[in-house]
Design a protein. Sequence first.
Length: 314
Amino acid sequence: MKKVSILLPVFNEEDNINQIYKAIKENIPANYLTDFIFIDDGSSDNSLNVIKELAIENSDVSFISLTRNFGHQAALMAGLQMAKGDIIITMDADFQDPPDKISDFFELYESGKKIVYGKRVSRKNDGFVKRLTAKWYYKIQKLSSGYDILENVGDFRLMDKEVVDNLLKMNEKSIYLRGMISWMGFPYGLVEYERPVRKSGETKYSLIKMISLAMNGILSFSFLPLKIGFFIGILSMGLGASFLTYIIYDVLINNEVYPLFKWLVVILFIFVGFLFTLLWILSEYIGKIYYENLNRPIFVVNETSVNQKGETQS
């Protein structure tokens, strides 16, 4: 009988933990063994204690407690390293990844798909700014990466163990799982769903975290920003040369200089803005190279429990 590992990153989700466990278990096919792994990502509420009680009462529940909040992607990587199932499902514990769609995931998996993604059919529950930025982010990401980055697909997915084994061979420190998994090119299926509002609590993805994730995705899988900087630089220099030619002509022929210096000041400001933008892009790449070479772990584990009632290992 095959085993399915369900990975659930948790950050201040004490009210959802027991309910999400029951809801997921009800939707796992009867011919699969279950292995729940909760990853507590430095919660400040009672989440960890709730998970520990759940692990004592249910022998298919394990947990990982991180020393602090390392972020959603790092928490998922911690779970992936611990997972031993033939199939691995990653999803959030806030009910925005609907458990009742899991049975559809298994149908596609059993038809031969190595990966099954949950795909949101709309963003009607998101604010206008988030909808707009998400739309443009996916366009830029798909254009710049050179391979298929699926729109409105997050971290609600099912993966075969072969996919996870290959994923774990990528020794990257800047984790962007959506890009890393897409990059491997395994055959996939899609399950569409309407994303519900949170059952309780508040979103843990702030605007800063979303921007950070988006930038990590673009910079990790594309050199397009550098190419854009090159073409903008050529265009700017061409325009600058054209204005300079016009200034020289106007000075020599019409003796009119002052109005054109206003344009020169504008051009200088454009150049300064361009140079600062280019320096920012370069600094992002240099920062990523620096970070990759620090050789720090992407997370630090404080405590674990592995499918043994009440027995924990520090």
